[in-house]
Every structure is written in structure tokens, then in C-alpha cells.
Design a protein around this ligand. Structure first.
Ligand code: ATP
Ligand code: MG
Length: 414
């Protein structure tokens, strides 16, 4: 993309009403725009990151047999009354139709839709297990929305729901999803910072598991066993606990961001919606369920919290909006022609290039490149043309290297 055509330019000043690093940097760099507290627009650069994160999640959900659906965000009150969550869930956005006076909820999660959906199927034991997922906007009336896109009132969630004949089968699948989650966070580039964490389980199981990323603006506190790579959320233990795996008492305290949460729901929702299957003797049994959430929009903010310096963001290759930021420094027919040639050449080879073709000074272009944080910066100037080379620098390194136009791709793939 030609940067001269990007309408959302960068800003030097951080917005005054944002205190979190992720919101300050993403807004300054033209990745997101704030509509009101907890509600943001994803601009083209930010949306590219979000889509890459979603694509990784989608691939891994399909790898564990998840089938994608898209459920409505607008939901009838009756479904929320069936689970007694209409009154109890403080964060539920509720409203009344002006015309019909019917009451509705905006979905904060989708057990109240997916369970009655599956209950329509008249399942036999032969139909189980299976799993359905979606990637969709959720709505929560969050009392504190101060952490930028880490805590939105409208945000993107991937939610997977699994359906089983037995608890043993749920246990087996739950472990498979756990592994898929580890793969997701590794592919996004935050594998080293993200830890499986024992958290409160709700009504029917002893624990749920969270995936907590140790990074700047975390709202949660975890006790980490560095040896076993598991943690315990402070919410289930005021005292410093022992490691649930090796029993050591030497746990590290960290601030962390919850990026995912997996639950064994068992029959908590199948029961109120009469979700049953016929077993091999012809008897009715309740279906056993699991649910597995990840926050793709929260992950965009988490990656920023994990990877930035005083100059700006530092995107991991796998989720970066572009791979190379090509900067043309200076003006002139020969220079412009050469830069166009490099831009077109790389684009034709399938490399995603953000081409800074704006009539701006070097200082401003370098500052913008550092702020936007694309993994590779390639500079073309009169000086580099003379040497028949391009100056190439990784965002997280200090010194550039010089290489020919032909060598760029092999260099960045090293
Ligand atoms: P939290 O404890 O942070 O409030 P939660 O436990 O309520 O989150 P879940 O209901 O398990 O979250 O949602 C699944 C995932 O959706 C979370 O792990 C998180 O990544 C994401 N998520 C939840 N709430 C928000 C929010 N307000 N803004 C952005 N992402 C969110
Ligand atoms: Mg939680």
C-alpha cells in the first residue's frame, strides 16, 4: 500500500484520555480510533493485524475439528431467563424495543444461543462429539474500560463450544484444545510470555484454565512456576499458593493479561435447554459441554503491550500489518522510478509492503516507521542508489545491513 493514500495519518501526541500503552500507540499510529470509552474502530492497519490473528485462530480451531458458524448478537430475553442470567449478569446490555416493548440482550457470550440451537437436533450418541465456533463482536457493560482495547465494551471474541456424550470425552477434547491454544499463542509471537493458569471454575468444575500473558498493562495477578510453566490466578488464592504441578513454594508474582479462558461447562447449560441425546439403549442423557474463549481484539493490544519501545510498536512477523516498510528518502525522477520498481517487484513476489512515497523529510519518515513497527525497514535514497544497494534494518535491531534488491527476500526470510 502507498502511504500517501492512507487517510489516517500518525500523530505525535498521545490522546489525553488514554492511559494505556496499547491505546496510545495504536491511536497515534493510525491503527484504531476511539468512538467512546471501550468502543473502537479498527482502521485499515489495525484491521490487518486483527485479521491475521483471527486467521491463525481459525486455522487452529479447524485443526481440532471446530466448524465455524455465526450467531446473532441480538438475543431474546427468554433465553437469558432460562439460565437465570437476565437478572444476575451485571455486564449484560439489556434494552427494550420502542415498537414492540420486547426486551433483548446484546450477546456477551453465546451459551444462551448455541445450546438451544444444538437442542433442536435430536441427537443420538452417534452424532457426538462435535464442536462449533464463531469469531464475532461481543458486548459487555464493563464498569472499568481504561485499558484501551484490552477491555472493550464491544470487542471481538472467538468462542468455541464442544458437545460430548461423556465427561471422559470432554476431558479428552479439553486437553486437545489446550494444546491448540498453546499453538495459537506461539504462532502469534507471545508463546514465551503466555502461561496456562489455574483460575476459578464457576459452578460445576473445580478449576477453569486461563491463558495469561505477562505484559505491561495486565489487570490480573498470577503466581508463576517458572519451572513447570503453569500459574495460579490470584483470584483463587490470596496467599502465595504452591505450584499445582510440582508443589514448589517458589512462585513468581506477575501482572498479566488474560487472553483466553477454557471451561468445562458439563451440563450447566444443557440442563435448562433440555439438550439431550439418545444413548445406545435408547435412553435420554444430558449432553456434556465445554466452552473455550479467546479475545482476538484483546490480543492485538496484548501484542503491543508485550512488544514496544519508547519509539513505537514492534510487530512479530506473523501478525504484522505488512512485512516491509519501504521508505523513499528524497525526491527526483531516478529515485522515484527506482523506488516504484522495488515496490512493484516485492509486491509481485507476494511480499506485503507499506511504501512510504510521501513528500516528507527523512526524520519524519523514520519516526513513523518506528511508531508503526513493521518488522523490516528498507530505505532507498540517492546514497543507496549510488551503491546499488538498499538499506535494510529490522525494527528490533540497531544497525542496518545493505543488500541488493534481489537479496531482500532471502535476507528477511533468514
Ligand atoms: P476478564 O476476566 O478479563 O473480564 P472474562 O473472564 O470475563 O474476561 P471470558 O468471558 O472468558 O472473559 O471471555 C473469553 C475471552 O474474551 C477472554 O479470555 C478475553 O481474551 C476476551 N475478553 C473478555 N472480555 C473482554 C473485553 N471486555 N474486551 C476485550 N476482550 C475481552
Ligand atoms: Mg476471566
Amino acid at each position: 500500500m502507498r502511504q500517501s493514500q492512507y487517510p489516517f495519518s500518525t500523530r505525535k501526541e498521545a490522546p489525553k484520555d488514554e492511559t494505556s500503552q496499547n491505546a496510545q500507540l495504536l491511536i497515534r499510529a493510525g491503527f484504531i480510533d476511539k468512538l467512546m470509552a471501550g468502543v473502537y474502530t479498527f482502521l485499515p492497519l489495525g484491521l490487518r493485524v486483527l485479521r491475521k490473528i483471527e486467521a491463525i485462530i481459525r486455522e487452529e480451531m479447524e485443526a481440532v475439528g471446530g466448524q465455524e458458524i455465526l450467531m446473532p448478537a441480538l438475543q431474546p430475553k427468554s433465553n437469558w431467563e432460562a439460565t437465570e442470567r437476565w437478572e444476575k449478569l451485571d455486564s449484560l446490555f439489556r434494552f427494550t424495543s420502542y415498537y414492540t416493548h420486547n426486551e433483548y440482550a446484546l450477546g456477551p457470550t453465546h451459551e444462551e444461543v448455541v445450546t438451544p440451537l444444538v437442542a433442536k437436533l435430536n441427537l443420538s450418541y452417534k452424532d457426538l462429539p462435535f464442536a462449533l465456533f464463531q469469531i464475532q463482536n461481543k458486548f459487555r457493560d464493563e464498569p472499568r474500560a481504561k485499558s484501551g482495547i484490552l477491555r472493550g465494551r464491544e470487542f471481538v471474541m472467538k468462542d468455541l463450544y464442544s458437545f460430548h456424550a461423556t465427561e471422559e470425552d470432554l476431558d479428552r477434547y479439553y486437553e486437545e484444545v489446550k494444546k491448540a491454544y498453546h499453538r495459537i499463542f506461539k504462532r502469534i509471537g507471545i508463546g514465551a510470555q503466555t502461561h496456562l493458569t489455574f483460575a476459578s471454575g464457576g459452578t460445576f468444575s473445580q478449576y477453569s484454565h486461563e491463558f495469561q500473558t505477562i505484559a505491561g498493562e495486565g489487570e490480573d495477578t498470577i503466581f508463576l512456576c517458572a519451572k513447570c510453566d503453569v500459574a495460579v490466578n490470584k483470584e483463587i488464592s490470596g496467599e502465595i499458593p504452591k505450584c499445582p504441578v510440582c508443589n514448589t513454594e517458589h512462585l513468581e508474582i506477575h501482572k498479566a493479561i488474560e487472553v483466553g479462558n477454557i471451561f468445562k461447562l458439563k451440563t450447566k447449560y444443557s440442563h435448562p435447554f433440555s439438550l439431550t441425546y439418545q444413548d445406545n439403549k435408547g435412553d435420554k442423557q444430558e449432553v456434556t459441554m465445554g466452552c473455550y474463549g479467546i479475545g482476538p481484539s484483546r490480543l492485538v493490544g496484548t501484542v503491543v503491550e508485550a512488544f514496544h519501545d519508547e519509539k513505537g510498536m514492534q510487530w512479530p512477523q506473523s501478525v504484522a500489518p505488512y512485512t516491509i516498510h519501504l521508505l523513499r528518502i528524497g525526491e527526483g525522477d531516478a529515485l522515484n522510478k527506482y523506488a516504484e520498481e522495488v515496490y512493484n517487484g516485492l509486491s509481485e513476489k507476494g511480499i506485503e509492503v507499506l511504501y512510504d512515497d510521501r513528500a516528507l523529510g527523512a526524520g519524519e519518515k523514520f519516526a513513523d516507521a518506528d511508531l508503526i513497527g513493521i518488522p523490516w525497514r528498507a530505505v532507498i535514497s540517492e546514497k543507496t542508489i549510488e551503491k546499488k544497494e538498499i538499506e535494510l534494518k529490522a525494527r528490533n535491531e540497531k544497525e542496518p545491513t545493505f543488500c541488493s534488491q534481489e537479496k531482500i527476500i532471502s535476507h528477511i526470510n533468514k
